[in-house]
Design a protein around this ligand. Structure first.
Ligand code: ATP
Ligand code: MG
Length: 583
């Protein structure tokens, strides 16, 4: 589909993206280091993907696509206790939803057999040993940032003894944690991650992919680097916290030479690789972080498990499932990732960057509709009771290709309660008793009197429609201060409208402030459900269809609960940033 085009020609892809990673890829292709690039997106299936992962996905898949390469989706499933097929399925759905497809679907666990053989090779080379120290002892021997570590008394075991013990670990002869296989690197290294890291542990826990086949599991770094090598990854992109671990990554790659060792490859190894040249290079980039959100899988799991939200796809959650349900579009997320760019500087971005990308995307892409969120009845007393007409409205003010629709208009309407004020505040431009306002696309009305209930609440406005102000009439352009939207009471469809807002009230819910945690900052206003009225054309929406409800915000027909004729809409984002005004 895409071609290798390192020039600046405008194409399906935007080759003007010039971050440091793309520059490395461009250089590697130009100098012939690689003839084609291979990347992978390697989530651990221990939770749902979140907005941060969208950045990694756009880089891993996006760069492969832009430079004519291939990207695998690989589940780094080395920690069976926390992993689940539910996550495996959701992650695939999310990657596809973002608009990407993988060259090949892999699991680190597909390679367990060759990881095992690679570990035996390390042992035979004298590069790994079985340690009998307990986890606590290993920690104690490791030393600190200022003190070197000490060698384990088991570090100098002979190759034969190590092989025997490692095989018996695999055979399930020892208890969990009784022994580990460690890389023999350097206990005095200034880089703690090089002080003989564990590469295999005993853990008799069934695995989501391999079941009960293995009583031992490779450690993440070993499995990750080996997997990259086996798949012929050229550029292994990851987040900055892996920077310190890069020497260990390189060690794991370099100590097991794949060329000339077919037993260390799998039928899944990408065929025809010049393995020497394909030695993967780890490149770190900054994590995506936004204020007003928490984004670690552990905390998101806690929100779900403690019932603080309604599940992983609660529209207030920063999971891809959540923001999808909220009404975020794949193109808005890709736009956000482009705007944020790629660097090596971790930072906390303002949530308005995310919301702004959605507004800009939907401003161009979402048809307009009229909907009244908090209704107040308006009666046009000078129209007959059976008056009915249908008015033509453009579906988009800036794009004729959206076409037009017809909206019924009749004697009784719903308008937005906040568009009327009995005692108008200073500068109020909408409807007051004795005042005029324009009904969008229908003419100008004057409010003659209000009807109140016993409690004194205004329940109805009795108004006169100026016949000279109707569309096409001479007085249609008469100046009035405000224009409001409306729906015909007889034709509008009642809709459940969920008004979502930010989940947290403070920009840094994650900061531990005197014993408080993010749990204490949940915004009680983050969801308010009301019954409103939508014009018939909105009620017919398909699930996940987005609209701009004029003057109100962008709304999406709920993925799960909306049905044509029984509408349920989620507010994705308001038209303007109301938080900026509050601050
Ligand atoms: P978390 O820390 O939120 O639990 P994780 O890093 O453990 O996430 P993985 O499943 O290991 O999640 O991540 C898969 C890939 O996505 C990794 O390459 C990781 O670096 C990247 N990634 C995770 N979080 C972010 C983020 N906030 N911004 C950019 N990339 C991210
Ligand atoms: Mg992780």
């Amino acid at each position: 589909m895409s071609t290798d085009n390192p020039s600046n020609e405008p194409a399906r892809h935007d080759f003007s993206r010039h971050d440091f990673i793309r520059q490395i890829v461009r250089d590697d292709l130009a100098c012939g280091k690689h003839s084609a690039i291979r990347t992978r997106f390697p989530p651990e299936p221990n939770g749902y993907l979140h907005i941060g992962h969208a950045k990694a996905i756009c880089l891993d898949f996006g760069i492969a696509e832009e430079f004519g390469g291939r990207c695998n989706l690989r589940f780094d499933d080395t920690n069976p206790a926390k992993e689940d097929p539910e996550y495996v399925a959701a992650i695939q759905e999310d990657v596809r939803w973002l608009g990407f497809d993988w060259a090949s679907l892999r699991h680190a666990s597909d390679y367990f057999e060759v990881f095992y053989l690679a570990a035996e090779k390390l042992i035979r080379q004298g590069d790994a040993y079985v340690d009998d120290l307990t986890a606590d002892e290993i920690r104690e021997y490791r030393g600190t940032l200022t003190e070197p570590g000490r060698n384990s008394p088991y570090r100098d075991r002979g190759v034969e003894e190590n092989l025997d013990l490692f095989r018996r670990m695999r055979a399930g002869e020892f208890a969990d944690g009784a022994r580990t296989l460690r890389a023999k690197i350097d206990m005095a290294s200034g880089n703690i991650t090089l002080r003989d890291p564990a590469i295999y542990r005993i853990k008799k826990v069934p695995h989501q992919n391999t079941g009960e086949a293995w009583p031992i599991y490779p450690m993440y770094d070993f499995a990750h680097s080996r997997s990259d090598a086996i798949e012929g990854s050229t550029h292994s992109l990851c987040t900055l916290e892996f920077e310190d671990r890069r020497p260990r990554y390189d060690w794991c790659v370099d100590k097991v030479d794949l060329a000339g060792h077919p037993e260390l490859l799998t039928p899944l190894t990408d065929a025809g690789l010049p393995l020497e040249a394909a030695r993967p290079r780890q490149i770190e980039f900054s994590r995506l972080n936004f204020n007003y959100l928490v984004m670690s899988k552990r905390k998101l799991l806690a929100l779900v498990e403690e019932g603080l939200v309604d599940g992983w796809d609660d529209p207030r959650m920063p999971t891809l499932q959540g923001i999808r349900r909220r009404g975020y579009t794949p193109s808005a997320l890709r736009l956000m990732v482009d705007r944020v760019g790629v660097s090596k500087q971790n930072s906390l971005l303002d949530i308005s960057v995310l919301e702004g990308a959605l507004r800009d995307d939907l401003d161009a892409a979402a048809p307009r509709r009229m909907a009244v969120v908090e209704p107040l009845k308006m009666v046009l007393t000078n129209l007959p009771g059976d008056h009915e007409e249908s008015l033509a409205f453009a579906n988009h003010p800036k794009d004729e290709t959206f076409g037009e629709r017809r909206i019924p208009f009749s004697r009784e309407l719903w308008i937005e309660r906040e568009d009327f004020a009995e005692v108008p505040p200073k500068g109020f431009k909408r409807l007051t008793v004795g005042g005029d306002v324009r009904l969008r696309g229908a003419g100008i009305v004057r409010c003659d009197e209000v009807v109140k209930d016993d409690a004194g609440n205004v329940v109805e406005l009795r108004c006169t429609l100026d016949p000279e102000s109707r569309p096409g009439m001479e007085g249609a352009n008469r100046k009035v201060k405000g224009t409001i939207h409306w729906v015909s009471a007889r034709h509008a469809v009642p809709a459940e409208i969920r008004l979502y807002d930010r989940l947290f009230t403070v920009p840094d819910p994650d900061v531990d402030d005197g014993g408080k945690t993010y749990r204490d900052y949940i915004n009680p206003e983050s969801r308010r459900t009301v019954t409103g009225y939508v014009e018939p054309a909105a009620a017919e929406a398909a699930p996940e269809q987005s609209f701009q409800f004029e003057r109100s915000g962008y709304f999406v027909a709920d993925r799960r609960d909306h049905a044509p004729g029984r509408p349920v809409f989620n507010r994705s984002v308001t038209l303007r940033d109301t938080w900026a005004q509050k601050a």
